[in-house]
Design a protein around this ligand. Structure first.
Ligand SMILES: Cc1cc2nc3c(=O)[nH]c(=O)nc-3n(C[C@H](O)[C@H](O)[C@H](O)COP(=O)(O)OP(=O)(O)OC[C@H]3O[C@@H](n4cnc5c(N)ncnc54)[C@H](O)[C@@H]3O)c2cc1C
Length: 387
């Protein structure tokens, strides 16, 4: 079971070939990245150097204009090599894809920022805070933006800022008192008053260095006050967020491949041949592949519906459902892979124990499972009431 069934274009084949050249290198760093919780800078730089980070920028802005389907194919591939690299670069790919597809900023700003992306800029949203929790819950940011003359002064502290060691730009959410709503400000890494507080001390996705971003009266010009809304952003349909499930699908694939290889090679002296011939092991292998098929088909079917503009209007909760299904399947698959490998899966030298920890992070990336289930229920009830 692999992603091959979903490869349909030459662009996809070309890019997968380019990425596969990095498989061994990325995999060779994973253990150290995890153990030392050190950001995989060399991997990200390699991706910037081959032009990967301009893929989701539309062609009219100088990028490659790939679709969501292409993005998830590449993202699951990178994540299967190294989880932290996958999740980190996924945020940049997804943010750029969304900004330019939805034309969220003014045209001038999109143009100037496109040039920065073409020159290797890396961007991510810094939207979470200790007090508000997930921004998708609608909490008001504690970070504030106050107008002084022709500048905005931003103060506050963000947590979970993935890729903090290498981001050149932070899209920071802040409460704009004078407008009584939430703004996003494009903040340059070199801004005076901006610093990274190294708080990332977790068991999963350790290499993402998702530290706190501290803003101490950071001055931002009016043109960098790029987005404003009265409510949370999560109400918009945004297919680019599918980079998140793609990441966890990639980790699940890596765990499954490891376990199947182990099963055909492991030959204890209580049996003839390998454990892959045993019914108990085959049952687990079959169950893993069933989960993987279910997850991948749902994810790619949702991406295809999003990419097809005539079908996109009919998407209701499929994007959230894809995240739910893939993340939970990925957790199950890693668990089953570990049951196949047995106690060796717990050794610190074994990648499965890392996948086991990393894949759990998916539960705490948006949208959260309870919100998805409640949205499905609300939609069903609304539809029934309006019939
Ligand atoms: C690996 C990783 C990378 C991340 N990267 C980024 C990033 O780059 N940028 C960024 O901005 N964020 C990032 N995040 C943060 C993420 O988007 C969430 O904001 C964060 O995980 C907090 O979500 P939470 O559900 O754990 O916390 P909370 O929202 O505090 O929730 C804690 C608990 O309370 C419940 N709860 C809280 N509020 C409500 C409510 N209103 N209704 C019902 N239940 C509620 C939740 O269900 C949960 O059980 C990242 C997170 C992880 C794990």
């Amino acid at each position: 079971m692999s992603k091959k069934l979903f490869i349909t274009t030459d662009t996809q084949r070309d890019w997968l070939q380019k990425l596969e050249k990095y498989e061994d290198t990325f995999k060779s760093y994973s253990k150290e990245v995890d153990e030392t919780a050190a950001f995989p800078k060399a991997n990200i730089q390699a991706l910037v150097d081959i032009g990967y980070t301009r893929l989701t920028l539309p062609k009219e802005y100088g990028g490659d204009g790939i679709r969501v389907t292409d993005m998830i194919l590449f993202q699951e591939t990178i994540a299967s090599f190294d989880s932290a690299t996958g999740l980190s670069i996924g945020w940049h790919q997804g943010v750029v894809g969304e900004l330019y597809e939805k034309i969220i900023w003014k045209e001038d700003k999109l143009r100037t920022f496109a040039n920065e992306i073409l020159n290797g800029a890396l961007v991510n949203r810094a939207a979470s805070e200790a007090q508000t929790g997930s921004p998708t819950r609608g909490g008001r940011p504690g970070t504030s933006a106050v107008k002084r003359g022709n500048k905005w002064i931003i103060s506050g502290q963000k947590n979970f800022t993935t890729m903090s060691p290498v981001l050149t730009h932070f899209l920071v959410s802040a409460w704009v008192e004078e407008k009584q709503g939430i703004g996003f400000f494009l903040v340059n890494r070199n801004s005076s008053g901006l610093s990274i507080k190294e708080t990332w001390d977790v068991i999963a996705m350790r290499g993402t260095e998702s530290h706190d971003l501290v803003l101490d009266r950071v001055e931002v010009t009016e043109e960098n006050f790029v987005e404003f809304s009265f409510g949370p952003r999560s109400s918009n349909i945004n297919g680019w967020i599918l980079h998140i499930p793609a990441c966890y699908l990639g980790i699940a694939q890596a765990a499954r491949d490891y376990a199947v290889k182990f099963a055909i090679e492991h030959s204890p002296n209580s049996i003839h041949g390998s454990i892959s011939q045993l019914p108990n092991v085959q049952r687990l292998i079959g169950q893993m592949d069933l989960e993987l098929m279910k997850a991948r088909h749902f994810l790619y079917s949702t991406a295809a519906a999003y990419d097809d503009l005539s079908r996109r209007p009919y998407i209701t909760n499929e994007l959230a459902a894809a995240k739910y299904i893939v993340t939970n399947s990925a957790i199950t698959i890693v668990d089953q892979a570990m049951r196949i490998v047995g106690a060796k899966s717990l050794q610190m030298s074994n990648p499965l124990q890392r996948y086991y920890r990393d894949v759990r992070a998916g539960l705490h990336n948006p949208p959260m499972d309870d919100m998805t289930i409640s949205k499905l229920a609300q939609t069903a009830i609304n539809e029934a009431e309006n019939q």
